[in-house]
Design a protein around this ligand. Structure first.
Ligand SMILES: NC(=O)c1ccc[n+]([C@@H]2O[C@H](COP(=O)([O-])OP(=O)(O)OC[C@H]3O[C@@H](n4cnc5c(N)ncnc54)[C@H](OP(=O)(O)O)[C@@H]3O)[C@@H](O)[C@H]2O)c1
Length: 172
């Protein structure tokens, strides 16, 4: 299974403010979709932690109705859309089930806590990191501290006129 952690982070390694805010990304929303459509078209499903899900629930419409999503949570949360499945299973078990259903590519949307669990289980095959030219000083980290060393290969990098740099790494 290919699992891509496709995410935007600040130069100091945060994906959101301590309160979960991503307003610092707003000035960078423009004509370029930073390869998002291509990535999204090619995935069979979306994975997210409950922190990310609860943030998405605040939006007016569910953004990925055309793809099945799995939300990792130990709680009973409202269902945003019929395409959403809540799961309290471990990442490896969920990935095994989705693999047995014939799925080949998944977008690990985040956040940092769920991505840390996926990394700990050796499940992240690709990192597609968009470094945003912003320093927040504090926030929710891209990945939590700790764990083993992972060697990565740089597959591609691209810089954009607005200062964003896209880094595509693969697990070696
Ligand atoms: N910049 C970006 O591109 C980007 C992308 C994604 C998200 N975000 C931001 O990131 C923030 C959320 O990130 P986060 O790191 O705080 O939370 P998160 O990873 O989205 O969710 C973590 C929560 O998921 C649940 N969970 C269930 N099984 C888990 C497991 N195996 N490993 C880890 N968590 C598991 C736990 O809560 P319960 O079991 O109690 O429900 C846990 O507290 C949001 O504010 C969102 O806006 C930013």
């Amino acid at each position: 299974m290919d699992i891509t952690y496709y995410v935007a982070c600040t130069v100091d390694g945060y994906i959101a403010t301590p309160e979960g805010g991503v307003d610092w990304l707003t000035p960078f929303h423009g004509d370029d979709d930073y390869g998002f459509s291509e990535m999204y078209r090619d995935v069979d499903g979306v994975l997210m932690g409950s922190g990310t899900y609860e943030f998405a629930l605040q939006q007016k419409t569910w953004p990925s109705k055309d793809k099945p999503s799995w939300v990792f949570t130990g709680r009973s949360l409202p269902l945003a859309d019929p395409s959403v499945t809540l799961t309290s299973d471990e990442p490896a078990k969920v990935v095994e089930e989705l693999t047995s259903k014939g799925m080949k590519r998944l977008w690990l949307m985040g956040g940092g806590k769920l991505a840390t669990s996926f990394r700990a289980s050796g499940l992240i095959t690709d990192y597609m990191i968009f470094v945003i030219p912003v320093v927040l000083g504090e926030g929710i980290p891209l990945l939590a501290a700790g764990g083993h060393l992972d060697q990565l290969d740089l597959i591609e990098s691209q810089s954009y006129p607005n200062g964003i740099v896209r880094l595509h790494y693969q697990s070696a």
